[in-house]
Design a protein around this ligand. Structure first.
Ligand SMILES: [Zn+2]
Length: 289
């Protein structure tokens, strides 16, 4: 079971999120049949999106869309305050040779010309939306830039996904360290210095380090403490009713075509790839009122 921890540190001047997403990302990647480069892009996005979800409260939700103009198309990730995440990408069948530092070439798959957009559903009629340019295509830096430019929260975002030769996930995880308002210059300088010499998070997860161990490595065990933890997992909330609602919003002539030509309709969830067959009688019901 994957686990996320939340903590605070540096005289309570920073907050910390650290998560193991190995099982979560493996489930998404296997549902989408993603090739390694695409799998790493989806996994990094889901890992960051998951941590963003746990920055919310109660029933709040967040959707992150990363559209960098590259061959994988848009990546869409949904998550919530309960540690549930789901995601998909336009084209999961993308793979490239390793880049010049021997890593999956996520930037080439994602592209560097586009936007990272965030939509938060924070209950009632309130929505928050923010969008920043893709600055890297490696995703971690793009989230970091988003937090800084759109939410004015300087953040270190480190994400790593390792893919096995059979396209399953060997290890996946990451952390976010956010500098709270009023943090001292010393804290910011310390974090900058640590960030420069930090072992890449993909190396740390490859060594099997826990979310706590990774933060210890990143900023020093004496500089933070854990506040709480929660299990996290892949979860999709699609259902036959949701598909029926979506079909009900179509033009009635389209529904009649489904009934006459296909004798029903097959609904396919983008997020989890589950397929649901909608019976002819259920379609007739939709146009009867
Ligand atoms: Zn679904």
């Amino acid at each position: 079971m994957d686990r996320l921890i939340r903590g605070i540190g540096m005289n309570d001047e920073i907050r910390i999120f650290s998560v193991d997403t190995t099982d979560t990302v493996n489930e998404a990647v296997s549902r989408h049949g993603a090739y390694p480069t695409a799998a790493a892009a989806l996994g990094r996005s889901m890992t960051a999106g998951l941590m963003m979800g746990t920055m919310l409260k109660n029933e709040e939700k967040v959707t992150v869309t990363i559209q960098g103009g590259g061959p994988i198309g848009a990546i869409v990730v949904d998550s919530n305050a309960k540690g549930n995440v789901r995601g998909y990408l336009g084209n999961p069948k993308v793979h490239f040779p390793l880049n010049d530092i021997g890593k999956l070439d996520v930037r080439r798959a994602v592209g560097t010309d586009g936007f990272l957009s965030v939509a938060k559903d924070i209950g009632l009629k309130e929505h928050f939306t923010g969008s920043t340019e893709i600055v890297s295509g490696e995703i971690g830096e793009d989230f970091s830039y988003y937090f800084y430019a759109s939410e004015q929260i300087p953040s270190i975002v480190a994400l790593g996904v390792l893919v096995n030769p059979d396209n399953t996930i060997k290890a996946s995880g990451g952390f976010i360290i956010q500098v709270l308002p009023g943090a001292s210059d010393e804290t910011i300088e310390y974090l900058d210095a640590r960030a420069k010499e930090m072992t890449p998070v993909s190396k740390l997860i490859e060594q099997g380090l826990s979310p706590e161990d990774i933060i210890n490595e990143a900023i020093g065990e004496e500089n933070w403490r854990s506040l709480d933890e929660m299990p996290v997992h892949f979860e999709c909330n699609c259902s036959k009713d949701r598909f029926l609602n979506a079909i009900a919003s179509l033009d009635p002539s389209e529904i009649i075509t489904m009934i006459q030509e296909d004798g029903g309709a097959e609904a396919d969830c983008h997020f989890c790839r589950n397929k649901v067959w909608i019976e002819k009688e259920e379609l007739q019901e939709l146009i009867a009122h």
